[in-house]
Design a protein around this ligand. Structure first.
Ligand code: DQA
Length: 150
């Protein structure tokens, strides 16, 4: 009998598909494919399947949060990009799902422009990581894997 492993999800918001080419001094040289590969490695190490998706559209990100929850996701990592600082609807979507969500930012948003110091979404998450680059995604996934195993 086949058994589907528990699944972790990683959702990337707007402009993250440009990683590697986008302001490398701020976001580093890793591409989105590199980030997803690092995430897949951590998920596999912990015995989880992984779904990675990226969209510039707020509604798509909201729909995927709902879909992940409906599919029984063990945890969700989200980098909402610029929507972090603007989107009440995305925050409400995070709050609406009964799945632990960790917010990740590649850059240290607190050391940047003041409009990036406020996250509308982080308060609905179990925690948030900023400024650790790709390592932040790894740490978030390790945390969620351990949480699911408890
Ligand atoms: C970001 C930080 C946001 O302020 C910005 O709008 C992004 C990327 C990060 O990963 O550092 O698009 O979420």
């Amino acid at each position: 009998m086949s058994h589907t492993p528990p699944t972790l999800w990683v959702l990337h918001g707007p402009n993250l598909d440009r990683l590697g080419r986008r302001e490398p001094a701020v976001y580093g040289h890793a591409t989105l494919a590199d980030v997803d590969a690092a995430c897949a490695e951590v998920a596999a190490e912990h015995g989880f399947a992984l779904v990675c998706r990226q969209s510039a559209h707020e509604g798509a990100l909201i729909g995927w949060l709902h879909e992940a929850a409906d599919a029984g996701a063990a945890g969700i990592v989200i980098n909402p990009g610029g929507y972090t600082h603007t989107s009440v609807a995305l925050r409400d979507a995070v709050a609406s799902v009964d799945v632990p969500v960790v917010e990740v930012h590649l850059s240290n948003v607190h050391a940047r422009e003041s409009f990036r110091h406020v996250s509308l979404t982080a308060g609905a998450c179990v925690g948030a990581i900023a400024g650790l680059g790709v390592e932040g995604y790894r740490a978030a996934l390790r945390f969620l894997a351990r949480l699911a195993a408890d």
